[in-house]
Write a new protein. Structure first.
Ligand SMILES: *[C@@H]1O[C@H](CO)[C@@H](O)[C@H](O)[C@H]1NC(C)=O
Ligand SMILES: *[C@@H]1O[C@H](CO)[C@@H](O)[C@H](O)[C@H]1NC(C)=O
Ligand SMILES: *[C@@H]1O[C@H](CO)[C@@H](O)[C@H](O)[C@H]1NC(C)=O
Ligand SMILES: *[C@@H]1O[C@H](CO)[C@@H](O)[C@H](O)[C@H]1NC(C)=O
Ligand SMILES: *[C@@H]1O[C@H](CO)[C@@H](O)[C@H](O)[C@H]1NC(C)=O
Ligand SMILES: *[C@@H]1O[C@H](CO)[C@@H](O)[C@H](O)[C@H]1NC(C)=O
Ligand SMILES: *[C@@H]1O[C@H](CO)[C@@H](O)[C@H](O)[C@H]1NC(C)=O
Length: 856
């Protein structure tokens, strides 16, 4: 109440300041009681309307509040420069959710005016109009700030202008973000396309994130006017008149948690779109989801010529080599510039080679300057091209070479990237150097002194540490000579760590403690030098080349989700291919479901949360991550439980990757799956899609409910396969007989259990098209979607139906040589044609280039 009164008097002050010179004082004297009366009556009516002629100023820190005080509009100091101000709507505690003019900063003499002509204006101290709503003469009679955070200008009947229709960088909970609206932050923008795709764009030209959420909901539908909403439970969803239910786009990590807080979606100045939550009054925001999992994939994050890479904890920006300086040594994100520009060394330029680096390749560049050539030709092509500044040989088996002719290039370096890149510089090409030394180099003399000092100190420290080690630790196996190296590493970043075979041999004590034997090889327990417990998987029968393997490692490690086991690192040395995963304390689900061990028991609530968690993990693989992955081997052995019994799916991405962007035909030489969980299409030589995982998941779900293998045959089940018998019992209405006997004496939510049983029968339908998508499975389990009565799942008895429980976990290799994972689309045909033409052209070009090179 009091704060309302204060803000009213603030408005009045502003009003008098503005109007006094232009109005004769008797008129003012006559009007003011009337005005006060008017204000008073409006205020009493509870509308909290802001009358025309009101103004705010940074000096008296006046503000306009929403009725409950949740949001307020006023000046806040600019985080970039604290002597300047922004006119912003802030959530309780000072979290800005909208700024006038998209973050335009003004001085302390500025004002924010709701003018008598209905225009809303931000005016600088000098009188310059910084921003305006453009609503003059549109009959605006008042404004108000609502408890949803929306500020609106209205006439007597309708809203004329509002901040939800003119967002800056944030989308609030009750806001609809429609096609045609854009969030801006620096050079970056976010928008929704008419087909429902979400896009992130740099400088209005390079689209570095374009993702369609084409689940069964959107398939074969033309959207009318889609819009995004952030639901109060933390789900971002896409709605449209043509969709019966909203399509889930992302879950925030605190999904479903409630409290006195808000969630919002924001386009950050680093080009990533994130969901945040903020508790009322705290002013603190917590990140809950980000659209681009790998920050280094954001175009231009490190500025022009900047190279993004990961230090132990975060993405960092560096320069390609000592041929470059930082544009701003205090802000590495501003990019790098050549010490000598190319035009200043005519005829003497060369290509600097950057291993494990790519220059980010996004449309439209991708479509114009793309060739099939080898590494050497990729380098020479760029060297001889006058406008070419850099090139990337992808080396992932595609043979692509991208030439960068634009004057802005953005690099990404990681041990897991198979690409090699080249940048044109003035000769000679200097060595790559750690970014910190780059700055020191600016003054050569000082540089030498510092270098000698650093070297001396390092030497002293090494001697000292070596002395310590010699005295105390030389007999302990825990601290090998490698520990000094690892003390620096924390394995916490998103980038996978590359290990040598020797290191892994050591950390697993020569592969002593075997945790299990999966379809791809044995898994051993290990302890890294920093004492992180890990599971080391020794891959067998991987015939891929080094580069292809690194590509897949890069894909797997860029796939982060609460319900997926995280890849920490890898080893690729000679014939050895190993993957290092985080260690899961409680082991795999099968040991809980099928062992007689009474200490390994799960309550129904835990089982259900494992079922939902697993479904979420698989949904992420299928629908939400960048390169969609079909798991191909979902079974209880591949569902691990951490110390809090959170389900984590493991072994994903090891079967062939299915990349919808990649139209080239992939042939499956050998696919692996496990009996009992294999979908019928594996055996019938039909295309394998994400629906095959749904089938396997359905079997697992049934096992979670029943605590028995789905293919168990016993007297209890009338000598029928358990899954077949279970459906018959379900038809008779005997859900309880399907339930695990060990759950009998527990409190079981029968409604939940029945839902799980119904969902499992839907998942194991013979026809892939009849099975729901994993996203839908999650919604059905959670009760968001109603589950209809499933038809009987037919029994597929192709060869493998007679399975005895003795062969439970042996994996079988199914040879399906011609089954392509994705049906070839017609466009890929024409693609191949045009690319073979360009390949021929380029080969011609290259050979002439090479001969020119030799003769000169
Ligand atoms: C109020 O604004 C709406 C939308 O701009 C317009 O259709 C309507 O005629 C206006 N009403 C009055 C009374 O001006
Ligand atoms: C958002 O869209 C829904 C459905 O069309 C509508 O009911 C709701 O009023 C809209 N919200 C806003 C703030 O426009
Ligand atoms: C952004 O785009 C504009 C126009 O397309 C261009 O003039 C400008 O140079 C670009 N900015 C950068 C940093 O490349
Ligand atoms: C929508 O996104 C998908 C990737 O998810 C992409 O293949 C498709 O080309 C995009 N569509 C448009 C019109 O950008
Ligand atoms: C979904 O995919 C189908 C083909 O798989 C395509 O015809 C349809 O246009 C896509 N829908 C959207 C919204 O992208
Ligand atoms: C990694 O980079 C971040 C951001 O620049 C920095 O705060 C952090 O100290 C760096 N960590 C190490 C180990 O260098
Ligand atoms: C090219 O650069 C090298 C190394 O700086 C130098 O020795 C050589 O003279 C230069 N050649 C020309 C033609 O400028």
């Amino acid at each position: 109440m009091r704060s309302d009164g204060e803000s009213l008097s603030g408005q009045k002050m502003g009003l008098c300041d503005r109007k006094a010179p232009s109005l004769p004082s008797p008129v003012l004297l006559f009007l003011s009681p009337l005005l006060l009366l008017l204000l008073g009556s409006l205020w009493l009516a509870g509308a909290a309307d802001i009358p025309l002629g009101s103004a705010l100023s940074p000096l008296n820190s006046s503000s306009w509040s929403s009725p409950s005080g949740t949001y307020s509009l006023g000046f806040v100091s600019d985080p970039q420069n604290t002597s300047l101000y922004l006119a912003a709507i802030t959530y309780s505690g000072g979290v800005p959710v909208w700024t006038a003019g998209g973050g335009a900063s003004v001085d302390s003499a500025a004002s924010f005016q709701l003018r008598s002509d209905g225009n809303l204006r931000l005016v600088d101290g000098s009188g310059t109009v910084v921003w305006e709503s453009g609503t003059a003469g549109k009959g605006v009679s008042a404004a108000s700030l609502l408890d949803t955070g929306e500020f609106e200008l209205k006439n007597s009947t309708a809203v004329v202008w509002d901040t939800f229709a003119h967002p800056t960088d944030t989308i609030l909970q009750s806001q609809n973000f429609t096609v045609g609206q854009t969030l801006h932050s620096g050079d970056y923008s976010f928008s929704l396309l008419a087909n429902g795709n979400l896009t992130l764009t740099w400088n209005d030209s390079i689209v570095y994130f374009n993702k369609g959420f084409n689940s069964t909901f959107t398939a074969n539908k033309t959207l009318a006017s889609p819009f995004l909403t952030l639901q109060s439970n933390g789900i971002i969803s896409l709605s449209d008149a043509s969709l019966s239910t909203a399509v889930v786009i992302s879950y925030s990590s605190d999904y479903g948690e409630s409290g006195d807080m808000i969630r919002f979606v924001k386009l950050d100045s680093d080009g990533n779109l994130r969901t945040y939550s903020a508790v009322r009054g705290s002013g603190i925001t917590n990140e809950r989801w980000s659209a681009v999992a790998d920050q280094c994939e954001v175009f231009g994050w490190c500025g022009n010529m900047g190279i993004c890479s990961y230090n132990d904890t975060s993405p960092v920006c560096g320069c390609p080599s000592e041929n470059f300086n930082f544009v701003d040594p205090n802000d590495h994100r501003k990019g790098c510039k050549r010490r000598t520009e190319i035009q200043n060394c005519p005829g003497n330029s060369t290509m600097l080679t950057l291993d494990n680096t790519k220059f980010l390749t996004y449309p439209p560049e991708i479509s114009t300057e793309q060739f099939f050539v080898g590494i050497t030709a990729c380098r020479l092509n760029c060297l001889s091209g006058v406008s070419c500044v850099a090139s990337t040989a992808l080396a992932d088996g595609s043979g692509f070479c991208y030439l960068k002719v634009s004057n802005f290039v953005s690099g990404y370096e990681s041990a897991a990237l198979p690409s090699t890149s080249f940048v044109k510089v003035c000769a000679p090409a200097l060595p790559n150097s750690p970014s910190t030394l780059d700055e020191v180099h600016s003054s050569k003399l000082k540089g030498w002194v510092v270098a000698v000092l650093i070297f001396g100190t390092l030497l002293g420290m090494i001697l000292f540490e070596w002395g310590l080690w010699w005295c105390f630790c030389r007999n302990s196996t825990k601290y090998g000579p490698l520990s000094a190296h690892y003390a620096l590493l924390e394995y916490a970043s998103g980038a996978p760590v590359q290990f040598s075979y020797r290191e892994l041999q050591k950390s697993t004590k020569r592969f002593k403690e075997k945790l299990g034997e999966g379809g791809f090889g044995a898994v051993y327990k290990g302890v890294l030098a920093n004492r992180t417990m890990v599971a080391v998987k020794q891959l067998e029968g991987i015939e891929q080349g080094e580069k292809q393997f690194r590509m897949e490692v890069a894909t797997i490690s860029s796939t982060h989700h609460l319900n997926l086991v995280r890849l920490i690192g890898f080893c690729s040395e000679g014939r050895h291919r190993l993957l290092v995963y985080e260690f899961m304390k409680n082991g795999s689900l099968d040991s809980f479901l099928f062992s007689g061990d009474s200490s390994r028991k799960l309550t129904w609530a835990t089982r259900f949360s494992v079922a939902v968690g697993t479904a979420r993990g698989i949904t992420y693989l299928h629908e939400e991550c960048r390169d969609c992955i079909v798991h191909c081997d979902i079974k209880p052995e591949n569902i691990l439980l951490d110390e809090n019994y959170n389900a984590k799916v493991s072994d994903f991405g090891l079967a062939k990757l299915v990349n919808p962007k990649d139209h080239r035909q992939r042939t499956l030489t050998s696919v692996r799956g496990t009996r009992g969980y294999l979908a019928p299409e594996w055996l019938a030589n039909l295309p394998i899609t994400s629906k095959s995982d749904v089938y396997s998941y359905g079997m697992v779900l049934l096992e979670i409910v029943s605590g028995r293998r789905n293919f168990d045959v016993s007297d209890d089940t009338d000598r029928k396969k358990f899954s077949v018998w279970a459906y018959e019992e379900f038809e008779k209405g005997n859900i309880r007989s399907i339930m695990d006997k060990r759950l009998a004496e527990q409190d079981v939510d029968m409604e939940q259990l029945e839902r799980a049983v119904l969902v499992s029968f839907w998942c194991i339908q013979e026809q892939p098209s009849q099975r729901p998508s994993m996203g839908k499975v999650v919604q059905m389990l959670e009760g968001v979607l109603d589950v209809e009565r499933p038809p009987a799942p037919k029994v597929m008895d192709v060869g493998l139906a007679v399975v005895t429980s003795s062969s439970v976990s042996t994996s079988v290799a199914v040879f399906a040589t011609s089954a392509s994972i994705q049906p070839l689309s017609s466009s890929s045909q024409s693609n191949t044609n045009s690319s073979s033409i360009s390949r021929r052209n380029v080969e011609k070009q290259t050979s002439s280039l090479l001969s020119k090179d030799l003769s000169s």
